[in-house]
Design a protein around this ligand. Structure first.
Ligand code: ADP
Length: 161
């Protein structure tokens, strides 16, 4: 089966992520959106919350699965016998990071290819980090995230005080 994994932290999922996932759906029969840990990031939303948001966004969509891993993405991919990973690229600093990550993943799982989609221009400024800052400071985020995501973020930030 023509399956791809779209891995990420998704803290929170942004309209930039959703655009990559939608475009992946045009190319692949099955898309696994994989919520993964990232030791370099201290997520605001728990893994359960990020998975629940993605499940709510893609409820009733055929060909899409939401899953999670606490381990390496390549370990997950091998276990699921998936040989393609898809990542988005916004700018040169994404490129440098992604280049290194793709080479590391290739060394660990030679049968696996990482493919890249360039962001669409209107999403190139979007990152999960920027959106959290905008909402934290009372800004308008409706163009950046789905309303469900915005509501979940506002609730979480209120709880955090
Ligand atoms: P990670 O912590 O693994 O980088 P992210 O959740 O930040 O996870 O991003 C997941 C993937 O989505 C990465 O490939 C990232 O480059 C891509 N991405 C994030 N924001 C955008 C955007 N606005 N447009 C296109 N791709 C994006």
């Amino acid at each position: 089966m023509n399956t791809v994994i779209c891995p990420g932290t998704f803290d929170p999922p942004t309209n930039g992520h959703l655009n990559i996932i939608e475009r992946a759906m045009q190319i692949f029969e099955r898309v696994i959106v994989l919520v993964a840990g990232n030791a370099a990031k201290q997520p605001l939303l728990t893994t359960d919350e990020r998975v629940a948001l993605l499940c709510a966004l893609y409820r009733d969509r055929r060909g899409i699965e939401i899953d999670r891993t606490d381990g390496l993405i390549v370990t997950y991919a091998q276990r699921r016998q998936v040989r393609t990973l898809l990542r988005g690229i916004r700018n040169m600093s994404d490129y440098e990071f992604e280049f290194q990550m793709a080479l590391a993943n290739k060394a660990m799982y030679p049968g696996c290819e990482t493919l890249f989609l360039m962001t669409e221009g209107r999403y190139s400024h979007l990152s999960s980090g920027i959106i959290k800052e905008v909402i934290r400071h009372g800004g308008q985020a409706s163009e950046m995230v789905h309303p469900l995501v915005e509501a979940a973020l506002r609730k979480k930030l209120r709880q955090e005080g």
